[in-house]
Design a protein around this ligand. Structure first.
Ligand code: ATP
Length: 237
């Protein structure tokens, strides 16, 4: 496995509170890796440290390069793109405008047009809603828009924070199918999820985060089959 992302001894503080305790994890090129854990475990904090929205101690390497001190917008240029928790689309702007914002670091007009086609193919609903204000769309549609916008930077690594949050079961299924398709098209995916069942079913590998520590790792199938994981994260299925 060639690592695209290597995190070693990563710590993040909020004031005096240490939210992440020297965690280490690796994402291989072409993988879907899931990060699961309960509320407040530090999942979003981990994502923010990787995308550069939160300062961190330790080492973050992307394609072998130490990016720990690289600013967030430069990380986008290197190929890391985050679709944030709570969607974060610009409500007053149209679907088209939101998508084009995702390409803000790029100048290659023809390739941007190709990627826009690709995104609209992945999310036909966004094509139907192309000129509609993002704020008037449903939660699921806004989630698709946030993912589409993240893809418009043509990332090598896509960070998805809770893509299934607040969605109906059928839509959750659909979002994960799209995540699998995104990977098939060559983008590596790190996905944070409360919906552990879907995440573990789709992921090649997963890490379990508990109050700032990584307590377990394994293939998605291994963790799905594990009784303690079932009890803690999968509820009574
Ligand atoms: P959730 O699924 O509920 O979003 P999470 O696993 O993503 O949880 P984080 O949002 O990363 O968890 O939070 C990890 C810990 O850091 C929590 O205890 C949280 O209260 C704390 N924390 C997060 N952001 C801040 C902040 N801006 N200031 C202070 N503490 C914070």
């Amino acid at each position: 496995m060639t690592a695209i992302l290597e995190i070693r001894d990563l710590s993040v503080y909020y004031g005096r509170i240490k939210a992440l305790h020297d965690i280490s994890l690796t994402v291989g090129e072409g993988e879907i890796v899931a990060l699961i854990g309960t509320n407040g475990a530090g999942k979003t904090t981990t994502m923010k440290a990787i995308s550069g929205l939160r300062a961190a101690h330790g080492t973050i390497r992307f394609q072998g390069k130490d990016i720990t001190k690289v600013k967030a917008h430069h990380r986008v240029g290197l190929g890391i793109s985050q679709s944030p928790e709570g969607r974060g689309v610009f409500p007053g702007m149209t679907v088209r405008e939101n998508l084009m914002l995702g390409a803000f670091t790029r100048k290659d007009k023809a390739a941007i047009a190709t990627d826009l086609d690709r995104v609209l193919h992945l999310f036909p609903r966004l094509k139907e809603r192309f000129t509609q204000a993002a704020g008037t769309m449903s939660g699921g549609e806004q989630q698709m828009l946030a993912m589409g916008r993240a893809l418009m930077s043509r990332p090598k690594l896509l960070l998805l924070d809770e893509p299934s949050m607040g969605l109906a079961p059928m839509l959750i299924q659909q979002i994960f199918e799209i995540i699998t398709e995104i990977r098939e098209q060559g983008t590596t995916v790190l996905v944070v999820e409360q919906n552990a069942k879907q995440a573990l079913t789709r992921a090649d590998r997963a890490y379990v985060l508990e109050t700032g520590d990584i307590t377990r790792t394994g293939t998605g199938a291994e963790l799905l089959a594990d009784n303690s994981i079932r009890d803690a994260y999968l509820g009574v299925a």
